[in-house]
Design a protein around this ligand. Structure first.
Ligand code: MN
Ligand code: MN
Length: 466
């Protein structure tokens, strides 16, 4: 081996350089990374809505000995509990032996809702030989991406007597799927001149649901009646039951390996199940009984974290209050000593759209879990900017545990921007920084992540709760 020059030595010592997780990994480690991805891909396929993600997560928690907590229940050291917030959000916690007034809590907060197409409350109609559902999209979607792809119907309907019926059509191979029509290129001369944002309007996102007229000459709206009678047969529901329903169309695709080498995963809803799953596995694999650890899987992040199940609701602070009260501690003191990773995805640098990124400060795919010191837009507006000291703490923790990680900004200054739940947690006087998996084609019906970054995020979260 040739000796390194002094300059080269100094350069290595002084310079910062990102590392590619795959490049640093042995074949055995790559196998480990790919194995972990299988569990995640299974979670994805079973968690296409926040309700399903809540259920799938509870199943994992119960298998690991967690039991349900309801407000008012007693809490003591050693407890492993979860709060089910109206079936759409979840807080899991493990109470450790250390004094929480001294050590605070270790929190990881991800979200389990994803952009999609929701049904309106009076959705059903027919026109020109086709039955349709009217919709109102949920979250930040590029509408044109949702046309001409197979869609599955997920959700619940609450019947007149209060019975809740779960609906799931389009996931099984033998199920039919649903569809949003698009215009043929032959007649799209004007549409093609439109800006992307207005080429497909919100009110054209109607779902094609059928075309077989009900066999009775005495009735009108026969295709609609066929749909209603089939829904009635399968679920016992009527048209009025749509008024008290939450039904969503999500892509009918399954999670798949992407690439010859299977380095990436394509799926609907990586944002933000790709952080929710590692948060859960970090909690479940954690044998430590000292720290009090909490994982929050929140709803409504994609629409501003409002509402009963979003991070702006008081249910998080209420759970912390109850833990503190039961252990005869002050919630305010506990929160002031707590630390949180706001676990959300970021944009992976994409050379196909290089003009919106500043490469030095972008997350590079497969270079590990990505920390955003701040998010927001236009001069860091609306961000929870983590302190240098807290970033320093997390940096030390990751480096000491051999985690390959990177820092990033979402894109170029003034190219756009985005937010996370970090600021709502920081509002509770809890130190918080954003960290999560870089995503290609974020918010598209089929998003892409690197298996290496998913595993790196699991390792990073595991180190944080250890
Ligand atoms: Mn997100
Ligand atoms: Mn998002």
């Amino acid at each position: 081996m040739s000796e390194q020059s002094i300059g080269k030595n100094i350069q290595e010592k002084l310079s910062y350089k990102k590392k590619n997780v795959y490049e640093e990994a042995t074949p055995a480690r790559i196998a480990e990374i790919y194995e972990y991805a299988k569990g995640y891909m299974n979670y994805l396929d079973n968690s296409k809505t926040e309700r399903e993600a809540t259920e799938a997560s509870i199943a994992m928690l119960c298998e690991a000995g967690f039991s349900e907590y309801r407000f008012g229940d007693k809490i003591s050291v050693g407890d492993k509990k979860y709060l089910n917030q109206h079936g759409k959000s979840l807080i899991a916690f493990k109470v450790g032996a250390k004094d929480i007034e001294k050590e605070g809590l270790r929190l990881i907060a991800a979200h389990i809702d994803s952009p999609r197409i929701d049904l309106k409350q009076v959705p059903l109609y027919e026109d020109s030989g086709m039955g349709f559902f009217k919709t109102h999209y949920y979250g930040g979607v590029k509408k044109y991406q949702w046309t001409a792809i197979p869609l599955a119907l997920h959700g619940v309907m609450v019947k007149a007597d209060g019975e809740v019926v779960k609906v799931n059509i389009g996931e099984s191979e033998s199920d039919p799927v649903f569809y949003i029509n698009d215009l043929l290129p032959h007649l799209a001369q004007r549409q093609s001149q439109e800006p992307l944002g207005s080429a497909i309007s919100g009110e054209t996102l109607n779902i094609l649901i059928g075309g077989l007229p009900y066999a009775d000459d005495d009735v009108s709206d026969k295709i609609k009646l066929t749909a209603l009678s089939m829904l009635n047969e399968k679920y016992g529901v009527t048209e009025e039951d749509f008024l008290s329903a939450e039904l969503s169309l999500v892509p009918a695709f399954k999670a798949r390996d992407i690439g010859f080498d299977r380095a990436f995963i394509g799926s609907y809803g990586h944002d933000d199940r790709v952080c929710a799953y590692p948060a859960l596995t970090a909690l479940l694999n954690n044998a430590d009984t000292e720290n009090t650890v909490m994982v929050i899987l929140a709803d409504k992040e994609e629409t501003g974290s409002d509402g009963l199940t979003g991070m702006q609701s008081d249910f998080l602070v209420d759970v912390i209050d109850e833990i503190a009260k039961n252990l005869c501690k002050s919630s305010a003191v506990v929160r002031s000593r707590s630390k949180c990773l706001s676990a959300d995805v970021t944009a992976a640098y994409d050379p196909n759209f290089a003009e919106v990124y500043e490469k030095r400060n972008s997350a590079i795919i497969s270079c590990g879990t990505a920390m955003c010191k701040f998010t927001g837009s236009r001069g860091k507006s609306s961000t929870s900017d983590a302190s240098a000291e807290f970033v320093g703490f997390v940096r030390r923790l990751f480096n000491e545990n051999g985690i390959i990680w990177q820092t990033c900004e979402l894109g170029k200054v003034d190219a756009g921007g985005g937010g996370t739940v970090a600021k709502y947690i920081a509002k509770l006087n809890i130190e918080t920084v954003d960290i999560g998996v870089p995503v290609i084609s974020m918010h598209a019906p089929y998003e892409v992540v690197s298996k290496a970054d998913v595993y790196s995020t699991h390792e990073a979260f595991s180190a944080f709760v250890k």
